[in-house]
Design a protein around this ligand. Structure first.
Ligand code: NDP
Length: 498
């Protein structure tokens, strides 16, 4: 909660600090909100949601446009704070902010079109009815955000939930609380009311939000924590959206532009120090272009260095370095080779770009989310083999295909929520496309019309326009009418050869 919020409890007594992961310097001090604080924030949100809903689509759009303008005008300030809390390069933080603003803009201006009441066909048997459906706000949405894209990712829920007419209580990651507070403060500045509030703290504060009686929880983080969030929400039948990361594959066909594919693979694997849910973690390359691809990838990767002020920043969450080290060590111990990078030194804050080959398919580096600047590259004989191996993990979030002629064909056989063809992670920047996964990557969607509807419930209305020829829903229905109905249905649906 920001200091200006009118929550009915005293400010949290305990605080924690967010640190610059490159240097360990303190970036900010923030309250550890208790379960009582979280409940108070949800109660405030409940009241604010009434005001927010009463504004209607047009009023909310105006308010969100005001907020959009504040963020757009102060982009550098938000990006600089994000860069300090995550360690990511300023340019990457700016790009992330720009994409988030674009999503906010789209959600604000399309909510009415997507959600307002619209007529639908009543069907032949109910032709006497006028049927319509509208998508209504749920009330209060709890958003639990990650640290890797602390603006872009939660805004995929926050902007769409707000545009759909909900109030939001946002719990940012303990690594990026300042960014969360900045968003709530600028919202308050633009709109004048705490329709968006922020609660800060550790996992317990997030857990309290899942148990605080919100109408939906949108979670981004690990599959393990996603399960805990779902179990807690099950107690109160609170619906959830889970975005739980991935192990995304990039496929290079024999007709691909190999240099472009190598550049995309490197950026997809190493940008943001590899801490991208839909980042490239595995590459499957056709035998005929494998050597050429690997030469390109290795040459380009050797030019990158993770260092302060460089294009590749530090690992934001210190414990993540141990996971990356375990995956690299396991790959090397099982016959893999590091053509770039290698074992991760103890105590490292920066992990160097790492290209691994000859890694067994069942090893951690191929099956588990690494969330570091590493990539495995494997040779395949056919695209069938590439597709089978790409589809061979429990995760299924994003995916990439490089092919001049067969991109669509291959993409349509991939088990994934999204696929980029001859580009990388491009789907995330397109506000009309839904974003989310299946399997261990979670379920539900942010972004696009699906993302707006995710934070609503449909209200269906059937209005009788005139008395039906054959009344179905009455005790006055006669045996003759039932026979007529049977005849009609048989005539409509039972004719023709099988
Ligand atoms: P977590 O899943 O533990 O944390 C994600 C968010 O959930 C954070 O805001 C966290 O708060 C909060 N949280 C933690 N415990 C609970 C709980 N019991 N109830 C409700 N909320 C809770 O991820 P980590 O940050 O620990 O990262 C671990 C792994 O998750 C990474 O190695 C990576 O593989 C994956 N990951 C995936 C992301 C994605 O984009 N899908 C993003 C980030 C991580 P707090 O930070 O205060 O603990």
């Amino acid at each position: 909660m920001t200091s200006t919020d009118a929550a009915p409890t005293a400010p949290a007594a305990q605080t924690f600090t967010s640190l610059d992961p490159a240097t360990g310097a303190v970036v900010g001090t923030h309250p550890i909100h208790t379960a009582a604080d979280v409940q108070a924030a949800v109660a405030t949100a409940r009241k604010q949601s009434e005001w927010w809903q009463a504004l209607g689509f047009e009023g909310r759009k105006k308010a969100l446009v005001r907020w959009r303008k504040v963020i757009a005008r102060r982009m550098e300030e938000l990006a600089a704070l994000m860069a300090r809390e995550t360690g990511k390069p300023d340019g990457d933080a700016l790009m992330e902010t720009a994409l988030a603003v674009d999503h906010l803009s789209w959600a604000a201006s399309h909510a009415e079109k997507v959600l307002k009441r619209r007529s639908v066909s009543p069907g032949l048997l109910m032709v006497n009815q006028a049927a319509s459906v509208e998508y209504r706000p749920l009330g209060v949405v709890g958003v639990i955000g990650p640290w890797n894209y602390p603006v872009f990712t939660p805004m995929g829920s926050i902007a769409y939930a707000l545009a759909a007419g909900n109030a939001v209580v946002f719990k940012p990651s303990e690594y990026t609380p300042g960014v969360g507070e900045w968003l709530a403060e600028t919202f308050r500045e633009a709109v004048g009311r705490p329709v968006l509030q922020v609660v800060t703290g550790y996992g317990e504060t997030g857990a309290a939000l899942t148990a605080a009686g919100v109408d939906k929880v949108a979670f981004t983080g690990s599959t393990a924590t996603g399960k805990r969030v779902m179990a807690s929400c099950a107690e109160t039948l609170t619906p959830v959206v889970i975005e739980a990361g991935g192990k995304d594959a990039l496929i290079v066909a024999e007709d691909a532009d190999v240099a472009e594919a190598a550049e995309a693979a490197l950026w997809g694997a190493v940008a943001n120090a590899g801490q991208t849910c839909a980042g490239v973690e595995r590459v499957y390359v056709h035998d005929r272009v494998y050597d050429q691809f690997l030469d390109e990838l290795v040459a380009q990767a050797k030019q990158l260095e993770a260092r302060p002020g460089g294009q590749v920043g530090p690992i934001t969450m210190p414990s993540q370095v141990d996971i990356i080290r375990r995956h690299v060590d396991d790959a090397l111990a099982r016959g893999g080779r590091a053509l770039v990078g290698g074992p991760v030194p103890e105590g490292a804050r920066f992990v160097q770009p790492t290209v691994l080959v000859d890694v067994p398919e069942d090893s951690a580096a191929v099956q588990e989310e690494t969330f570091g600047p590493t990539v495995t590259v494997s040779r395949v004989r056919t695209m069938d083999e590439a597709i089978e191996r790409a589809n061979g993990t429990r995760y299924a979030l994003g995916s990439t295909v490089f092919s001049k002629e067969h991109g669509m064909e291959i993409a349509q056989r991939l088990r994934a929520g999204m696929t980029a063809i001859n580009g990388v992670i491009s789907f995330a920047g397109i506000p009309t496309l839904p974003f989310g996964g299946v399997g261990d990557s979670g379920f539900g969607r942010i972004h696009g019309p699906d993302g707006l509807r995710e934070f609503t419930y449909p209200h269906a209305i059937a209005r009788q326009r005139f008395k039906p020829a054959i009344a179905l829903t009455t005790f006055r229905r006669t045996a003759k009418e039932e026979k007529q109905l049977t005849k009609v249905v048989r005539g409509l649906y039972g004719r023709g050869k099988n």
